[in-house]
Design a protein around this ligand. Structure first.
Ligand code: NDP
Length: 309
């Protein structure tokens, strides 16, 4: 039987509707309007799209947003000054410094300078520490979104074997911490893991965050497992598509490459997951849509926490 597709759009829309309601309530009952500032340095094309989407989602939900676009040659000190100014600004609840930063800027130094109470990306070491201790914190948006997909789709996490493939600070590690917090038994896999498929094929839940199109294949997946695909890879070579897709989906993707020059492929082989998994998040239309919704969640949570609400 084909895997059931978990729609990221439906879940993201539900979360956004809840947040819009909270924002309205904060404004009318307490005269508070949550505010987010996104700082972008340089002209990375993907970053420009991500920040534009974040800003427009703020507008959609009634959150104040500001986009500060700085030139590539901005120095580390200049960027630190801006972060410090935003830390001090009483009306700013969330600060987001869009990654990647230009090579001459030390990312860790910038992220460490953000006030942890305004760190809506959840990357500050204080928030990472709080998360690892299972305390209230601002949690990285993508793994937080994965937990929402699982919970809101009725997937049981407690007591299940979960394999997270990838150990980045942005996805893999916080994902593992969150699954542990939900009482899963978690194995973290990475590029040095031996016999990856023998581990993942025992997992009830697989989260793939690797950055390689279609890397997770039938061998890695237990029959009926829950497979969450975090990967976003742009594939422009039509001859590769039959590795990942079959039937109507293959036709759709071939048309996409013809029209737009590329199609987005996850880290999981779509056709293998459809044939073997129990449930599966598609790319696009899965986890990616939750990331921005969870950024909005963090902004409103930060606005409330800063005022002890
Ligand atoms: P990173 O490149 O930072 O991390 C990739 C991880 O995959 C590393 O831990 C690496 O291991 C591991 N890995 C690489 N090759 C293998 C292998 N052969 N076997 C097992 N593990 C391997 O990527 P990110 O975590 O930032 O992103 C992962 C994917 O998620 C990307 O496709 C990215 O585009 C996507 N993404 C999607 C988001 C969304 O909103 N949906 C948000 C963020 C990312 P090692 O540590 O040993 O090198």
């Amino acid at each position: 039987m084909a895997a059931k597709i978990l729609s990221g759009r439906q879940i993201a829309d539900a979360i956004k509707a809840e947040i819009a309601g909270e924002v309205r309530e904060l404004r009318t009952a307490k005269n508070i309007i949550p505010a987010l500032t996104a700082v972008r340095v340089g002209d990375d094309a993907a970053s420009a799209v991500y920040v534009a989407n974040k800003v427009s989602t703020c507008e959609e939900l009634g959150i104040i947003s500001e986009h500060r676009h700085l030139p590539t040659q901005t120095s580390e000190l200049q960027l630190l000054d801006i972060v410090n100014e935003l830390n001090r600004a009483p009306d700013i609840d969330g600060i987001l410094v869009q990654l990647p930063l230009p090579k001459h800027i030390d990312e860790a130094r910038i992220l460490d300078a953000i006030d942890p109470n305004k760190d809506v990306d959840g990357f500050h070491p204080i928030n990472v520490g709080r998360l690892s201790q299972g305390r209230q914190s601002l949690v990285p948006c993508t793994p937080a979104g994965v937990i929402q997909i699982l919970k809101r789709s009725g997937v049981e996490i407690a007591g299940k074997n979960a394999a997270v493939i990838g150990r980045s600070n942005i996805v893999g590690k916080p994902m593992a911490a969150l699954l542990l917090q939900e009482n899963a038994t978690v194995t973290i896999c990475h590029s040095r893991t031996h016999e990856l498929s023998s581990i993942t094929s025992k997992a009830d839940i697989i989260v793939a965050a690797i950055g390689r199109p279609g890397f997770v294949t039938a061998d890695h997946i237990r029959e009926g497992a829950v497979v969450i695909d975090v990967g976003i890879n742009s594939v422009s070579d039509p001859t590769r598509l039959s590795e990942f897709f079959e039937g109507d989906e293959l036709e759709k993707r071939l048309t996409a490459i013809e029209k737009r020059g590329a199609t987005l492929v996850g880290d999981v082989c779509h056709k293998d997951a459809m044939n073997k998994a129990g449930v599966f998040t598609p790319v696009p239309g899965g986890v990616g849509l939750l990331t921005i919704a969870m950024l909005m969640r963090n902004t409103v949570d930060a606005a409330k926490a800063r005022r002890d609400i």
